[in-house]
Write a protein that binds this ligand. Structure first.
Ligand code: MG
Length: 229
């Protein structure tokens, strides 16, 4: 059986110009009277949107107010939809080739991202890249990325009707959090050094593979499929 593939978005498939996303978030915080945070220098890599926004809205150890969180989430999504342009998004080398390669293999391909589901769809639809992804798990309900694989897996099994095992999932992402997330579910961890972490930093986390970009993905996958046979 072919494995199924789960891709992270930011740092893995694409990069939204830092300016655009940060300005949107900063404006929203100001609108809610939160003016002591400079979002320009915060590290969001590998975190879920829920975690990011909750942390911005409250002091450490405080529980976020669900109503406030919900309002901010809706405004963020509206702002993103209104402001995001195709020229604000950089698509990494090898993304189109890798997705076309998986399409030819008829492999099940989905998303495992900390993005809110709608944010993920807005970003990918803006660059015409939504169609290859048939299932996924998103950062709407979870603070911890490690809670996402069971959701993605359940959706995969339901949609495909195939009796996949967790070890049949290949989870592809750009941060140590993605690697830990794959490990937590007993899945295959593929790191790609296109985000904020270097090849060496990712390699130190001992994933199953580290790629310099997704350009290397089809060749890696051919070797991986042979090793499974
Ligand atoms: Mg990422």
């Amino acid at each position: 059986m072919h494995p199924a593939y789960l891709f992270d978005i930011d740092g893995t498939l694409l990069k939204v110009k830092r300016k655009v996303n940060r300005q949107v978030i900063q404006r929203i915080l100001e609108r809610f009277g939160i003016d002591h945070i400079d979002v320009a220098h915060l590290d969001f890599a590998g975190k879920t949107d829920r975690d990011i926004f909750s942390a911005l809205l409250v002091q450490p150890d405080e529980q976020p107010d669900e109503d406030l969180f919900h309002q901010v989430k809706q405004i963020y999504l509206q702002e993103l939809e209104r402001n995001l342009r195709v020229e604000d998004i950089h698509i990494y080398t090898g993304v189109h080739q890798s997705l076309e390669y998986l399409r030819k293999q008829a492999a099940w391909t989905g998303l495992l991202t900390g993005n809110f589901a709608r944010a993920a769809k807005i970003k990918l639809a803006t660059i015409g890249l939504l169609e290859p992804f048939r299932f996924g798990a998103f950062g709407d309900d979870h603070h911890d990325r490690n809670e996402l694989p069971p959701n993605a897996f359940e959706e995969l099994v339901r949609h495909s009707g195939v009796d996949f095992r967790p070890s049949d999932l290949v989870i592809i992402g750009d941060t140590p959090r993605d690697i830990a997330c794959a490990r937590s579910f007993g899945s295959v961890a593929v790191a790609v050094a296109t985000g904020t972490y270097s090849y060496e930093e990712l390699n130190d986390c001992r994933p199953d593979a580290v790629l310099r970009s997704l350009e290397e993905f089809p060749d890696w996958n051919e070797r991986y499929l042979e090793s499974r046979a």
